[in-house]
Structures are given as structure tokens and as C-alpha cells.
Ligand binder design. Structure first.
Ligand code: LM2
Ligand code: CA
Length: 461
């Protein structure tokens, strides 16, 4: 329950951070469906604040809800529905980033993106409606050793909802059910760490089955870096949990080749594999928010490609790929027009994106590795090789992956693959890879190429 993404066994979702609904619908049809992506995590679709004070229209204004009307910087309800339906028609599901721990920050008032007037100091959210009795008393989250403080106080001054109240549970469940009726397949729960598992359980129990049957996917944002009282395993019964320690560990492993063997470190308390939502970076920590840390992002493309490709090839967790826009300031919202509406995502002749969108999910070593992960799902890791510049391993008798950090490798490695002349997935078969009758793979990686190769059964030249 709560762990099924409802996408026919596919294994990878992509966060199209701050994309408009119209662009996501197009991307499902023109790219994601063809590459085997299971679905898309979309930015919060509900009405949110319009921040102009500290910074003009920062990305984080969407983490201050004003109501559950589906009208955000990404579009309105009609556009949202159209996206859900068009994506679903091509086998791609939508997962909603849901912000239900809190409403807007204290001291903020005005009009939200759907035109609702609100006043956080008066606890006035007339469109839901929420009022004073639906919120905890105002105190700052400032003691991560104390679950009561973490869950009942105000995270960075955000007006904290009291999910122990039946009324609040119903309002949140109504929001989820509205989205399920439209056809979404699951939810990211923002700031789950700041809510009680029992309250979340009560809310999730009120949700309808998705069409086709079964509960929606829920994945909980719990930033557990062994630095506080709250642990990811408190949330195992509620769905998947974000595994932020993996972000630290994969960056370290790519920076220190020779150590990738230990990338999943249960000694660190990392989540069990069938509950872990795994990613190299997310929209928060790529810009120093939400835990931050020493991470790999699109700003370091070569190492980033290796980190994501490795993650997709490896056998840990359910994977999410990040898709970003370029930024200088950590507050900066998406590429925008003069009126601050988000710019269209344009596609260049070479398949990359224009208008400031990074589209890491389209980079060949990332987008083409989705098919690898789908193909090898459920197989064990084998034939691990890790020497000097090169890391390689197989997945059952279904796939083989190799990367060379300095960009040169010429060697024969044992695999479990049947013999044949295979297509290199990373280069869309521009490179051919030979496996002999005893399963030995000829690995050839040159400095002027992507530092990664991957082959799967049945994809021959
Ligand atoms: C999260 N985890 O549980 C995210 O990791 C975190 O990045 C989110 O904060 C947070 N939940 C709330 O959804 C982001 C952003 C903050 C931003 C909040 C609210 O990282 O910087 O805070 O969204 O928009 C902003 C201001 C902050 C201010 C707050 C309230 O940056 O200075 O606090 O609004 O007005 C006084
Ligand atoms: Ca809370």
C-alpha cells in the first residue's frame, strides 16, 4: 500500500521543476513516453503566495499555500487536467508535490495566485476555509532533537496546520481526492518530517483508490541525515521516503572513485531499498536549501552524468531524476517573461532545451539510462569491477554498465550477458559493444565521448 507508482512496472520519475502544465503535457508526448519514464513530479499545483518583497517571484513562493484551488504559476485547473490526461494517454503518470504541513509564512498577507485574499497573522484562509483553531500555537522549529518541537512548531515561520484535527485531515484528504479524481497517481508530501506519522496515516486512509485500483503512491520528504530525532523508518508504513544521505554518498563516491562499492550505507541508517526514493540532487539541495550539502548538480555536468547514470544502473530504491533551470541566485524562480510568467520550454534541434531550461532528464546518459533501469528491474548486481579509472557491473543476465572517470578505458570485463553485438544505449547505438560467447564485454571508452556505456539484452545492433 502507498508504494505503487501505477505505471506498469516502470522505474523512474522526473521532477520537472517549475514547468508549466502545457509544457509538461507536450514533454510526455514528445519525449518521456518514448524513453520509458514512469511519471512526472510536478511543482505544487495549488494556489500560493505571490512574493515580491525579499525577491521578485522566488521559486519558494509555491511552498506557501493560500488555498487548494488548482491555480498556480504553472497554470490553471483546465490546463492541469489536460496535462494529466494527455500524459496518462501515453503511459506517463503525474505525481503532485503537496504542501500540507503549513500555509503561508507569518507576517504575510495579500492575494494568492487564484485571487484569494489571505492574512496569515489573522490565520485567515477563507477559500479553504482555515482559521485560528486549525493551526498550532506559534513557536519556532529550533530543536531537531525534540519531535514535538519539529512537528508542532512553525518551520521557518510558516503557519503550521494541526493535522490531529479531523477538520484539517478532511480538508487535506479532499484536496488529495480532487487530484485523484482528475487522474494523478501519487503525491510527494513536502515537510513530512514536520508532521506526525499517525496524522498522515489518518489522512492517507481517507484517500480514494486511483483508477485501475489501489492506493496512490505517497513519498515522504523526510530529511534524515543522522542529525536529529526523526528517522526515515518512522514513515515506512506510509509509502516511500526520501533518502538524502544518498545525495551525499553518491557525490562523495564520484569524487573519490574506488569507493562506490559502499554507496548504499546501511551503517549510516539509510532506508531499506523497497522504501527509498533515491536521487542525486533535488530542487532544494541543488541550491543550498533543504539540508544542502556537498552535492553534484547540473553545474558539474560530467560528474553529474556519471552520478545519475550510476544511480539508474544500480539496484537501490525507486529513482527520481531532477530537471532544473539555470540559476545564479538561490531564490531565483524559473526563466520568466516580463510579467513573471514562466517561459515556455523550447526544444533545440539537438534535443536540448532552450529559454534557460537545463533538461538534465534529456541528457543522453540520463534519459537513455531509463530504459536500462526498466529492463533490469528485479535483478541482482553482479560482476562488480572497480579499479583505477573504471567502475563496472552487471545486472543479472540482463544488463551491463561501465564508466571511466578520466574518460579512457580499454579492457575486457566479465558479464552475465549472452554473447552478441549490442547497441550502446548511451549513444543511441552509435557505439557497438561486443560480448563474446563466455560473456566477456569489450569496454572501449574514449576521452572525446561520454564516459559511460550501457547495454541490455535484446537490444542488438
Ligand atoms: C521543506 N522541507 O520540509 C523544504 O525542504 C524547504 O526548502 C521548504 O522551504 C520547506 N519545506 C517549506 O515547504 C522553502 C524554502 C524556504 C522558504 C519556504 C517557504 O527553502 O527558504 O522560506 O519554502 O516559502 C521563505 C523564506 C524564509 C521565511 C519563510 C516564511 O526564505 O526566510 O522565513 O519563507 O515567510 C521567515
Ligand atoms: Ca507541523
Amino acid at each position: 500500500e502507498y508504494t505503487d507508482p501505477h505505471c506498469n512496472g516502470k522505474q523512474v520519475i522526473v521532477h520537472l521543476f517549475e514547468w508549466k502544465w502545457t509544457d509538461i503535457a507536450n514533454e510526455c508526448e514528445r519525449y518521456l513516453s518514448h524513453k520509458g519514464y514512469c511519471g512526472v513530479q510536478v511543482s505544487p499545483p495549488n494556489e500560493h503566495t505571490i512574493i515580491t518583497k525579499e525577491y521578485p517571484r522566488p521559486w519558494w513562493e509555491r511552498y506557501q499555500p493560500v488555498s487548494y484551488i488548482l491555480h498556480s504559476r504553472s497554470g490553471n485547473e483546465a490546463q492541469f487536467k489536460d496535462m494529466v490526461q494527455r500524459c496518462k494517454a501515453v503511459g506517463v503518470r503525474i505525481y503532485v508535490d503537496s504542501v500540507v504541513n503549513h500555509m503561508a509564512g507569518m507576517g504575510r498577507q495579500g492575494t494568492g495566485t487564484a485571487g484569494t485574499h489571505f492574512d496569515s497573522d489573522a490565520y485567515s484562509y477563507p477559500t479553504v476555509p482555515y482559521s485560528r483553531e486549525h493551526f498550532h500555537d506559534d513557536c519556532p522549529v529550533n530543536n531537531y532533537g525534540d519531535p514535538n518541537n519539529v512537528r508542532n512548531c512553525y518551520l521557518v515561520g510558516l503557519s503550521d496546520l494541526d493535522q490531529s484535527k479531523e477538520y484539517v485531515r478532511n480538508k487535506i484528504a479532499d484536496y488529495y481526492n480532487h487530484l485523484i479524481d482528475i487522474g494523478v497517481a501519487g503525491f510527494r508530501i513536502d515537510a513530512s518530517k514536520h508532521m506526525w506519522p499517525n496524522d498522515l496515516e489518518a489522512i492517507q486512509a481517507k484517500t480514494k483508490n486511483v483508477d485501475g485500483g489501489g492506493k496512490a503512491l505517497f513519498y515522504h520528504e523526510v530529511i534524515d541525515q543522522n542529525d536529529g530525532a526523526i528517522k526515515v523508518n518512522e514513515y515506512y508504513d506510509l509509502g516511500l521516503v526520501t533518502e538524502f544521505r544518498y545525495c551525499q554518498k553518491i557525490a562523495w563516491g564520484i569524487n573519490n572513485f574506488g569507493q562506490l562499492n559502499g554507496v548504499v550505507d546501511y551503517g549510516w541508517g539509510m532506508s531499506k531499498s523497497d522504501r527509498a526514493l533515491v536521487f542525486v540532487d533535488n530542487h532544494d539541495n541543488q541550491r543550498g536549501h533543504g539540508g544542502g550539502g556537498n552535492l553534484l548538480t547540473h553545474k558539474n555536468p560530467r560528474n553529474y552524468k556519471m552520478a545519475v547514470a550510476f544511480t539508474l544502473a544500480y539496484n537501490y530504491g525507486f529513482t527520481r531524476v531532477m530537471s532544473s533551470y539555470g540559476f545564479q541566485s538561490t531564490d531565483q524562480g524559473p526563466p520568466h517573461n516580463a510579467d513573471y510568467s514562466a517561459k515556455d520550454v523550447t526544444i533545440n534541434a539537438d534535443g536540448s532545451c532552450g529559454n534557460g531550461w537545463m533538461c538534465e532528464h534529456r541528457w543522453n546518459p540520463i534519459g537513455n539510462m531509463v530504459a536500462f533501469r526498466n529492463k533490469v528491474a528485479g535483478t541482482d548486481l553482479n560482476n562488480w569491477y572497480d579499479q583505477g579509472d573504471v567502475v563496472a557491473f552487471g545486472r543479472g543476465n540482463k544488463g551491463f554498465f561501465a564508466m571511466a572517470k578520466q574518460g579512457h578505458a580499454q579492457l575486457q570485463l566479465q558479464s552475465g550477458m549472452p554473447g552478441g553485438s549490442y547497441c550502446d544505449l548511451v549513444t543511441d547505438c552509435k557505439k557497438k559493444i561486443n560480448v563474446d560467447g563466455s560473456g566477456r564485454v569489450s569496454v572501449n571508452i574514449d576521452n572525446n565521448e561520454e564516459p559511460i556505456i550501457a547495454i541490455v539484452v535484446d537490444v542488438f545492433t
